[in-house]
Ligand binder design. Structure first.
Ligand SMILES: Cc1ncc(COP(=O)(O)O)c(C=O)c1O
Length: 408
């Protein structure tokens, strides 16, 4: 059967592919340490599960408005106002099937064929395919490891041209595991503010996972809180990471532009696609954003902060690897350039992150994601997720240390 060129051209999600390979090895009885998937090991907090169960029991099983119930939209808007300083109302919000769905909808609404979208890299694997699916061209702006993978205002300014429709900002970042200090984010936003017609897509899915324990004073910053960018920002967020709700598929987009005119277009597209997400999740969203959930979110954040320190300490002891201390999200992104030109015990040649990751999985049974998937500048890196318990982290990193030392 024919497959459209826009889909056949599209790359499969590399992170999902690594997870599938690791799961297949596990099914064969191989003891694989999976550092591939960006998914918290914690269960969803009980009060959030109970809210969904109650709604289901009460018969909340019918269609609701496409962008969500008034209560859930109001809870999201209140959160964005009080926690993020974004001047928005419920009608500026739509609740979608994950932040990924929000990103898809936003790009489809913003980008025409021939438009450019600027993307600081290394960046999450789904940005480029979804930009290209919308007919856009992805302009990568490489963040150097020596600067903690953070791009400069001058780099951003140079990348914005007459065809630039949007700039994607993602702090804390997947895969870099870093967060921009607020003043650096502000400086990048000032560059965008000076260029009329350019929208910021701010992916804030990891906003609650910031580690001032590692970099004192660090906190998240929302571009949409800047008055100059209020009407030119689409803020993306969701429940997956901070609330340990990846499988629920709950995300949201917020755009106050044109008094809600942009959001009405986005909801029009969503209405032709999926309608509302599962209706009985709506009370669970309200519960998740209520003060009752905050202590549990904070406990998970503290656990991730401790793991960030542990992973960095263990990676720093491996002579051929180089990285930066994770300050946000739950990823470490070391360079394996120091292994280039060596061979594994089974004779595999190591030339980059891809060959390192393949040899590591085959011979040491540790799954990591090759860095090249996250941008042209990241071919020498691999991504490790530390969203797993300490014992597994220690086992996996001991295997990585032993494997890396065994290269000749
Ligand atoms: C940067 C970034 N944005 C968005 C997402 C998607 O999140 P969701 O599960 O809400 O679709 C991910 C998931 O890995 C991510 O890393």
């Amino acid at each position: 059967m024919h497959v459209s060129s826009r889909v056949s051209r599209m790359k499969e999600s590399a992170t999902l592919a690594v997870a599938a390979r690791a799961a297949a090895m596990k099914r064969e009885g191989i003891d694989v340490v999976a550092f591939g998937t960006g998914e918290p090991d914690f269960d969803t907090p009980a009060n959030i599960k109970a809210a969904a169960a109650r709604a289901l029991e009460a018969g909340m099983t019918k269609y609701v408005p496409t962008p969500g119930t008034p209560e859930a939209r109001a809870a999201v808007a209140a959160k964005l106002r009080t926690e993020n300083g974004i001047d928005c109302a419920p009608e500026h919000v739509s609740i979608t099937a994950g932040a990924k769905h929000s990103l898809y909808l936003a790009l489809q609404c913003l980008v025409d064929p021939g438009d450019e979208v600027v993307l600081p890299t290394p960046a999450w694997v789904s940005y480029r395919p979804l930009i290209e699916l919308a007919g856009g061209t992805c302009i990568e702006v490489p963040g150097a490891m020596e600067r903690g993978f953070r791009i400069t205002p001058a780099q951003l300014d140079a990348a914005i041209g007459p065809r630039t429709r949007a700039v994607i900002l993602n702090s804390p970042s997947n895969p870099c595991g870093i967060a921009y200090p607020p003043e650096e984010m502000r400086a990048l936003c000032d560059v965008v503010a000076a260029r009329p017609g350019v929208t910021v897509i701010s992916d804030e899915i990891y906003e609650k996972l910031v580690y001032p324990e590692v970099e004192p004073g660090l906190r998240a910053f929302s571009p949409g809180s800047m008055p100059a960018l209020r009407e030119r920002t689409v803020t993306l967020n969701g429940m997956s990471k901070a609330f340990a709700m990846t499988g629920w598929r709950i995300g949201y987009a917020c755009a106050p532009a044109g008094g809600g005119a942009f959001m009405r277009e986005l909801v029009k597209l969503q209405g032709q696609m999926t309608n509302n997400i599962a209706s009985f999740f709506m009370p669970a969203i309200v519960e998740a954003l209520s003060p009752a959930s905050a202590p549990q979110v904070e406990r998970m954040r503290e656990a991730f902060a401790a793991r960030a320190k542990l992973v960095h300490a263990l990676l720093s002891e491996i002579p051929r690897l180089r990285g930066v201390a994770p300050t946000g999200a739950f990823y470490a992104f070391p360079s394996v350039a120091g292994c280039r030109g060596l061979r594994s015990p089974a004779g595999r040649a190591i030339s980059d992150g891809q060959s390192y990751a393949e040899a590591l999985l085959a011979e040491a049974h540790v799954a990591v994601v090759p860095g090249g998937e996250f941008g042209a500048c990241a071919g020498d890196h691999v991504r490790l997720t530390f969203a797993c318990d300490e014992a597994m982290l220690r086992t996996g990193l001991a295997r990585i240390a032993e494997f890396t030392a065994s290269l000749r």
